[in-house]
Design a protein around this ligand. Structure first.
Ligand SMILES: [Zn+2]
Ligand SMILES: [Zn+2]
Length: 235
């Protein structure tokens, strides 16, 4: 199951991001196209990651299928005992894979998760290492300010991807989410419903700008047999 990142990790991430912002320097017009391009790439990465996680097969025969299809109460001692038996047998990465699949039959659970739980794994495994790497690059080389801004926007879009996905599954969101939807900077729940209706398209969940490209990649990947239907549910 997903966990919030420990607070020293969050503090280090905030510090590292602030340092990167300082490296970006004085704003100029190039920041705007750079930020928009990075906002597209963040959407694309969210889409490709989502596609891979949905279709990557889980370890078969260890009970993940029973957890997935469990019919009774998910608060029962029977369910919790099963979960405690099965989950330690898979890696933290595979737990994330399971979470993506588990999202399809139970979509609203993602929206109910606390903010720091939604973004915890992404920060720990991706955003913090990337942000620290950018710190080092800026220290070692003269990276142009607009490029640093693009990297920061990409980091922000990537870090918040699961949060943005969660907002598509809940009614009460901060005003900024609604404002960004009106501007087309974030996608709408109606647009995301296309994914849940088919599980074969529109994997990107930030703003959906990259979905035409992600859908083309999906078509190619299924035709070539890189992704297979059987990976959608644990067995
Ligand atoms: Zn999905
Ligand atoms: Zn969803």
């Amino acid at each position: 199951m997903m966990k919030a990142a420990p607070w020293p990790v969050m503090a280090l991430f905030a510090l590292s991001l602030a340092l990167n912002l300082w490296f970006a320097g004085v704003p100029d017009w190039r920041w705007i196209p750079a930020a928009l391009a990075a906002w597209y790439v963040a959407d694309l990465l969210s889409g490709l990651t989502h596609m891979y996680m949905d279709y990557r097969p889980c370890t078969p025969g260890i009970g993940l299928d029973r957890l997935f299809h469990y019919a009774g109460s998910r608060e029962s001692t029977d369910y919790l005992a099963l979960r405690d038996r099965v989950m330690p047998r898979i890696s933290p990465f595979e737990r994330l894979v399971y979470d993506f699949k588990n999202h399809h039959p139970r979509p609203d659970a993602l929206g109910r998760r606390p903010f720091l739980v939604q973004i915890g794994s992404t920060i720990l495994f991706v955003s913090l290492p990337m942000s620290l790497l950018l710190n080092v690059l800026c220290l070692a080389l003269a990276v142009p300010g607009w490029l640093v801004v693009a990297a920061i926007v990409l980091l922000a879009g990537g870090t918040l991807a699961q949060y943005f996905h969660g907002t598509l599954h809940r009614a009460d969101n901060p005003w900024i989410v609604d404002a960004m939807r009106k501007l087309g900077l974030l996608m709408t729940p109606q647009a995301h419903a296309l994914h849940h209706a088919t599980l074969r398209r529109d994997f990107a969940t930030n703003n959906g700008w990259s979905n035409p490209l992600v859908n083309a990649v999906f078509g190619l990947a299924t035709r070539r047999g890189w992704l297979h239907e059987s990976g959608l549910e644990p067995r």
